[in-house]
Write a protein that binds this ligand. Structure first.
Ligand code: HSE
Length: 295
C-alpha cells in the first residue's frame, strides 16, 4: 500500500496577512512517496534534492507524521521518501510542503480519519521544527489549496478563501538562503496602533476583493506597513524588483513568506508574463542567480 503525492509550494503573508494568509502555487512543489509498513513508527528512507536529516525527530515531515500517528496509534507504520524541488530557505514554503505532504499522504493511506483542518494542525508541528514557532500560513494552503486564512490559532481555525479565476502569481526566487528564524528575528514584538489599523483594513479589503473579484480593491489592499519595513533589507534588490513589478502593471508585490523570494499578483496571464520579465530584468543588477515561476 503506497501513495505518491505532489506537495505544492506556497506564498505566505501576501503583504497584509502576516502569519494568517497563504496561497497555494500550481506546478511547483516536491514529490513524496509514502509506504505503509507492518512495522510501527515513521522512517524517512530517502531524500533527494536536499541535504536534510533522515532522523525522524529531526525532519519536518517526520515530526508532522509523528504528530498524526501519535494521535491515533495505528496498527502499522510508514516509510517516507522525499524528493525536494523547493529549496530550503527560499520563502515559498519548502518545509511546509514536506510537513503537509507527510500528513496528507498518511491520512489517505489510513482511509482519511482526519479532516483537512486537522491535518493542518499536525503539519504545523513539523513546520515549527524548521522555523522555531508554530504558524500555519504555508501549511494551510498546501493542504487545502487556493487562498487560505488562519482566522485563529488557539484553537486553530483555518478557512479556504474564494478567489477570482484571472489571478496569477509571479515568484522570483533569488538563489540565496534566508532562514525563517533569522527573518523573524528582525521583527519588533510590538506594532504601533496606527500601523495595525492600516494592516487590518488592508487584510479585510484584500479578502473582500478576492470574494468579489474586485481587482482594484485587491491591488489597493496588497500593502504591508508592519513586516516589510523590517525585512526588506535582508533581500538584495527587493525595492527595485517590487517597483519593476508595479511599473509593469502588477496588482501588488512584496516578500513571499519570510523571503528571499519576491512575489507579485497580476490580473491575467499576459500581464503576469510581462511582470515576470520586468522583475527578472531588474534583479539582474544584483548579480545573484535566480529563477522565476508563474502560476
Ligand atoms: N508567516 C511566516 C513568516 C511564513 O513570514 O515568518 C514563513 O514561513
Amino acid at each position: 500500500n503506497e501513495i505518491k503525492i505532489f506537495c505544492p509550494a506556497t506564498i505566505a503573508n501576501l503583504n497584509c496577512g502576516f502569519d494568517v494568509l497563504g496561497l497555494c502555487l500550481e506546478g511547483i512543489g516536491d514529490e513524496m512517496v509514502i509506504r505503509q509498513t507492518t512495522e510501527k513508527g515513521i522512517r524517512i528512507t530517502k531524500i533527494t534534492g536536499a541535504d536534510l536529516p533522515l532522523e525522524t525527530a529531526k525532519n519536518v515531515a517526520g515530526v508532522a507524521a509523528l504528530a498524526l500517528v501519535n494521535t491515533i496509534n495505528p496498527d502499522c507504520g510508514f516509510e517516507i521518501e522525499i524528493h525536494k524541488k523547493i529549496k530550503a530557505g527560499s520563502g515559498i514554503g519548502s518545509s511546509s510542503a514536506s510537513a503537509a505532504g507527510a500528513v496528507f499522504g498518511i491520512n489517505e493511506l489510513l482511509g482519511r480519519p482526519f479532516t483537512k483542518p486537522q491535518l493542518v494542525d499536525f503539519a504545523m508541528k513539523g513546520e515549527a521544527l524548521a522555523s522555531g514557532c508554530e504558524h500555519a500560513d504555508n501549511v494551510a494552503p498546501c493542504v487545502l489549496g487556493g487562498f487560505t486564512l488562519v482566522r485563529g490559532y488557539n484553537p486553530l481555525d483555518v478557512i479556504k478563501i474564494q478567489s477570482p479565476s484571472e489571478l496569477f502569481a509571479v515568484v522570483l526566487h533569488p538563489q540565496i538562503e534566508l532562514k525563517t528564524s533569522d527573518s523573524r528575528a528582525v521583527l519588533p514584538s510590538a506594532v504601533p496602533l496606527k500601523d495595525a489599523i492600516t494592516q487590518w483594513g488592508n487584510l479585510g479589503g484584500f479578502i473582500a476583493g478576492l470574494y468579489t473579484s474586485d481587482y482594484s480593491l485587491i491591488s489597493r489592499s496588497l500593502r504591508d506597513v508592519v513586516i516589510e519595513p523590517h525585512r526588506h533589507k535582508l533581500i538584495p534588490g527587493f525595492e527595485n524588483v517590487k517597483n519593476a513589478a508595479l511599473d509593469a502593471g502588477a496588482l501588488g508585490s512584496g516578500i513571499s513568506g519570510a523571503g528571499p523570494s519576491i512575489f507579485a499578483l497580476c490580473k491575467g496571464q499576459d500581464k503576469a508574463e510581462k511582470v515576470a520579465y520586468a522583475m527578472s530584468s531588474s534583479f539582474l543588477d544584483t548579480g545573484i542567480a535566480f529563477d522565476f515561476h508563474i502560476s
